[in-house]
Design a protein around this ligand. Structure first.
Ligand SMILES: Nc1ncnc2c1ncn2[C@@H]1O[C@H](COP(=O)(O)OP(=O)(O)O)[C@@H](O)[C@H]1O
Ligand SMILES: [Mg+2]
Length: 267
């Protein structure tokens, strides 16, 4: 596997790269929520996880790194949240969660970006955001194995772990398998895998069998919940959904593994 490919000018001349490590010095764990395909529930899982864990008393941050289609602010109902300028940007707290997103700067305007612009924007947002002492920083990623995933793996490699998301669809599983292979080669540990939008328990057998071969032990199932849409934008309602209850159970196991020193998922 070649070294994570970053444009020359960004890689060698950018002083912000050094600042990024300093910015996450007091963050215990950085966990990216990733998938091979879009529309499988990454944003939902990242945002509900942040709410669930904050409610539980953990100091949690949530960073939306899906630049083309940021959506965590919509799930949180935090369209008006803004950072405070103070030697960088201090993220606003939304329902106890320190939250940062490109949507705070561009609103709901479309943001067409090419690879080098995405890398630059990522470096900028990671370098200027002043997280406080956090137990956990969750990162919502766009799908696939392209710039955002490779860059976050390069910039935060010393702390980064991931949680994978798929639906029971074979197409989604094929995508997440490729992502898992890439992460393995980059030595980014996978803490667990979530099979989302499950309508029938029989449909997850094939996924579970496949995932077992990869050595991922913590596999959770989230039901398809037609009520979820009505709860978008209302954290209190979201926390009362069946999906949130399952996410809470999933994190019980994840926290056990994550807090264990030097723990790495096999494979
Ligand atoms: N378990 C679920 N039950 C019902 N709808 C869901 C579930 N998980 C996600 N959704 C919905 O599916 C759509 C895509 O989810 P999203 O989290 O935006 O996916 P991604 O971030 O992977 O693109 C959203 O409308 C979301 O509300
Ligand atoms: Mg998303």
């Amino acid at each position: 596997m070649p070294e994570v490919d970053t444009p020359r000018e960004v890689k060698y001349l950018d002083p912000r790269v050094a600042i990024i490590r300093h910015r996450v010095e007091h963050v215990g764990n950085v966990v990216a929520i990733a998938s091979g395909k879009g529309g499988v529930g990454k944003t939902t899982l990242a945002t509900l996880s942040a709410l669930v864990l904050s409610k539980r008393g953990l100091r949690v941050g949530l960073l939306d790194l899906d630049f083309n289609c940021p959506a965590c602010h919509i799930v949180l109902g935090a369209q008006d949240a803004k950072p405070r300028e103070e030697y960088g940007l201090v993220p606003p707290k939304v329902y106890g969660v320190e939250f940062m997103s490109i949507a705070m700067f561009v609103g709901d305007k479309e943001v067409p970006m090419r690879g080098v612009d995405i890398v630059n924007a990522m470096i900028e947002i990671l370098a200027i955001t002043r997280w406080s002492k956090l137990d956990l920083l969750l990162i919502d990623l766009p799908p696939g194995t392209s710039d955002e995933v490779l860059e976050v793996a390069r910039l935060l490699k010393h702390k980064l772990k991931t949680i994978l998301v798929t639906t029971p669809s074979r197409l989604s599983i094929a995508g997440v398998r490729k992502l898992w292979e890439v992460l393995k080669k980059l030595n980014v540990p996978t803490l667990g895998l979530v099979i989302n939008m499950v309508r029938n328990i029989n449909e997850i057998k094939a996924v579970e069998e496949e995932v077992r071969k990869w050595g991922i032990e913590n596999v959770a199932t989230l039901p398809y919940d037609s009520e979820l849409e009505n709860a978008i934008g209302s954290p209190d309602k979201l926390l009362n959904t069946e999906v949130a209850r399952e996410i809470r159970r999933f994190w019980d196991k994840v926290l056990e593994v994550m807090m264990a020193p030097q723990q790495r998922t096999p494979g």
